[in-house]
Design a protein around this ligand. Structure first.
Ligand code: ADP
Ligand code: MG
Length: 394
């Protein structure tokens, strides 16, 4: 069901909006090392600022467990946002309370206030209704704008609770884009539809595999999770990553999937989990007893690329190998290139897959690089995300 968005709001001028963004940025000694998430919020904020709305922005940062800690203050984000947005961004000392009330009251049309880390209060993750009510009352908000897809799989006060205290709850433009692409993949995929799944563990991806299987024309498996499947096929896997307690499940999935589910035919094996380890490229039925498979091999790359090329829709989650180490990054790089070069719609979701595509400089050649991480997988797995369900239908 499509959701109302900020484009459906007509009287923005003077409207007070509580905007949930995802500013959970990586910090390195107090410096923002990657501002992708701040940039991703700019289209929504531009539109709201231009319309003359008065904005209170909320986000979490990290996992503070015992109240406020200065290292997890959003202050550096306020400074960076101000540079990027070209509008003064005031920083609040908290996300609720009399100071916030005062700052929110002095906002004029088109002005922006960034609230302090909502997770400084334990009521945030508990989705405490009274706390959600204070977030709304202290900011004077009448509208809730959700642009934090990456947090929408959690029912927290700032992602879901606030919707019960305002009359209008709508999606921001980033949220809208996530729902458009991932919604298409989940509900109305173009065919041939090819999914590429990799990453570390099968156990993280079971729900997605189950939900993808009936919809896709091919499911190409790589990465560490391939080894649990290879073991299920009776192969020796040496010291490769195998989840013993999931081998039986992998066997059932293989049976159910039939020829749709493809496994690597060759791999790059190494004598140790190290960048400078000895390595060889071998067929998957060959591996020295105490070696481990750390990447897909060239024959697998060629076969998978052949499948991806004519696809009308490709969804990729999970690196094909240990791409963090250069000798084992080839398979992941090749799949990123295959998606970038495919004529169909390409979608990449998942924290590490997105990092890989970004590092390789190919992100702008992919139609949709999801900011969602785990949320994109839960969404495709068919779960209704609480932070989406609470928004008004279009
Ligand atoms: P995503 O975040 O995109 O969903 P995951 O978190 O599931 O992906 O997996 C990413 C991790 O999987 C990476 O750190 C990568 O090094 C690891 N990985 C990929 N292939 C292998 C392999 N063959 N053996 C061990 N780890 C692997
Ligand atoms: Mg990950």
């Amino acid at each position: 069901m499509p959701k109302r968005t900020i484009r459906d709001l007509h009287d923005l001028k003077g409207a007070r909006a509580f905007v949930r963004v995802d500013y959970n940025v990586p910090l390195d000694h107090g410096q923002i090392s990657d501002d992708t998430r701040i940039r991703a919020s700019l289209p929504t904020l531009d539109e709201l600022v231009k319309g003359g709305a008065r904005l209170a922005l909320a986000s979490h940062l990290g996992r503070p467990k015992k109240g406020p800690v200065p290292e997890l203050s959003l202050k550096p984000v306020a400074d960076r946002l101000q540079d990027l947005l070209g509008v003064t961004v005031a920083m609040a000392p908290d996300c609720v309370g009399p100071e916030v009330r005062k700052l929110a009251e002095t906002l004029r049309d088109g002005e922006v206030l960034l609230l302090e880390n909502v997770r400084f209060h334990k009521e945030e993750e508990a989705n405490d209704p009274a706390f959600a009510g204070r977030l709304v009352a202290d900011t004077g908000a009448t509208v809730f704008v959700s642009d934090a897809f990456g947090s929408a799989h959690r029912a927290h006060a700032s992602t879901e609770g606030v919707s019960h205290h305002v009359r209008t709850s709508v999606a921001g433009l980033l949220m809208e884009k996530e729902l458009r692409y991932l919604g298409m993949a989940r509900d109305n995929p173009a065919h041939p539809y090819v999914a590429v799944l990799g990453g570390a563990k099968v156990s993280d991806k079971i729900a997605v595999i189950e939900s993808l299987l009936p919809k896709v024309d091919a499911l190409l498996v790589g990465g560490g999770m391939a080894y649990t499947f290879l073991r299920a096929e009776g192969l020796l896997t040496g010291k490769s990553l195998v989840e013993e307690d999931k081998v039986e499940l992998a066997r059932r999935l293989l049976e159910k999937a039939g020829p749709k589910l493809r496994l690597p035919t060759d791999h790059v094996v190494a004598s140790a989990f190290r960048e400078d380890a000895e390595r060889r490229t071998l067929p998957v039925d060959q591996i020295p007893g105490d070696w481990m498979g750390l990447d897909i091999g060239p024959a697998t790359v060629a076969a998978y690329t052949e499948k991806v090329r004519p696809a009308k829709l490709v969804f990729w989650n999970g690196p094909m190998g240990v791409f963090e180490m250069k000798p084992f990054a080839e398979g992941t790089l090749a799949m990123a290139r295959a998606l970038a070069g495919s004529g169909g719609t390409s979608i990449v979701g998942g924290g590490d897959s997105v990092a890989a595509v970004t590092q390789m400089g190919l992100a702008d050649q992919i139609d949709h690089v999801s900011t969602g991480g785990g949320a994109s997988l839960e969404f495709l797995g068919g779960d209704e995300l609480p932070g989406v369900a609470c928004l008004q239908d279009a």
